[in-house]
Write a protein that binds this ligand. Structure first.
Ligand code: CP
Ligand code: NVA
Length: 304
């Protein structure tokens, strides 16, 4: 597998690199003792312009499990680029740290950190992508299905950063993917076009629809919040449009009772009901656990 230099979007990976990371994440999960020296002597800055539970904790603990050290820069530093330019921020951090993990509002900020810094940058969520999440999600799927190229993955809800990364991951794995959104809330058109071409070249497909019937036979149904961090939308404005797309027991049964997936945080009673979220087919806690193993695989690939 060719070495990767940053982890900003899954679009930058070849199929071999993506599947290689999933394989490595499986090894990190099953034999952690083999990797507990992987980051000895290395320090990473993890910085946040937005709130986090899973990302913050899974990176901090994950870095410690690899023998490394993390420095947390919280939201109190304000948006990057205000006190000093993103370029200066990146150049300074690169004087001390061996890597940067960044959760930002604008995807351009993670790109700038990578361009102006001299150490690997990992995108831990931007307005456009959430590649660490999709890698963890595909590790969860790979644990359930021996051959990912045979599954049908359905995303229902708002076309957002999580959707984009999931679509690209599905395309790299040759998966049949369907994205179902209310009119006006589809994923970014350019990402859709690029992903459709990528899916085709790997034997997968990406279909967009407003119809829930397109989800029939889903092996896994994925949803996410209807309003993402940084979206200037009021819940009351979109509620009526989105409620028909709620993932509830009746919908799951009508689709064939596949697995349920959610990146969390979940908004129970909005995009998903409690019974589905806590149901026996729910993979949500496996996805959360896998964040750490997937990210550790990324850090091992980038830094050791
Ligand atoms: N899924 C996820 O990224 O969760 P946090 O926002 O809590 O980090
Ligand atoms: N789409 C969500 C994901 C949170 C993990 C957001 O960006 O807020």
């Amino acid at each position: 597998m060719d070495k990767i230099s940053h982890f900003l979007t899954l679009k930058d990976l070849t199929q071999a690199q993506f599947l290689g990371l999933i394989e490595l994440a499986k090894q990190v999960k099953t034999t952690p003792e083999k990797f507990n020296q992987a980051l000895v002597g290395k320090s990473l800055v993890t910085l946040y312009e937005k709130p986090s539970l899973r990302t913050r904790v899974s990176f901090d603990i994950g870095i410690a499990k690899l023998g490394g050290h993390s420095v947390y820069l919280d939201q109190n530093n304000g948006a990057l680029g205000k006190r000093e330019s993103v370029a200066d921020f990146a150049k300074n951090i690169s004087c001390w740290a061996d890597g940067i993990v960044a959760r930002t509002f604008s995807h351009k900020t993670v790109e700038d950190l990578a361009e102006f810094g001299s150490v690997p940058v990992i995108n831990s969520l931007s307005d456009m992508y959430h590649p660490c999440q999709a890698l963890a999600d595909f590790l969860a799927l790979a644990e359930q299905f021996d051959d990912l190229s045979l599954i049908k993955l359905v995303y229902i809800g708002d076309g957002n950063n999580v959707t984009h990364s999931l679509m690209i991951a599905a395309a790299l794995a040759g998966v049949e993917m369907v994205v179902i959104c209310p009119e006006g809330h589809f994923p970014d058109g350019k990402v859709v076009q690029d992903t459709q071409a990528l899916a085709k070249s790997h034997g997968g497909s990406l279909l967009l629809s407003t119809e829930l019937s397109a989800a029939k036979g889903a092996d896994a149904v994925y949803t996410d919040t209807w309003i993402s961090m940084g979206d200037a939308i009021n819940y009351d404005e979109i509620k009526e449009k989105f409620l028909p797309y709620q993932v509830n027991r009746q919908l799951m049964t009508s689709l064939g009772d596949g697995y349920f997936m959610h990146c969390q945080p979940a908004h129970i009673g909005q995009e998903v009901t409690q019974d589905v979220f806590d149901g026996q087919n729910s993979l949500v806690l496996t996805q959360a656990e896998n964040r750490m193993h997937a990210q550790n695989a990324v850090m091992i690939s980038l830094l050791s």
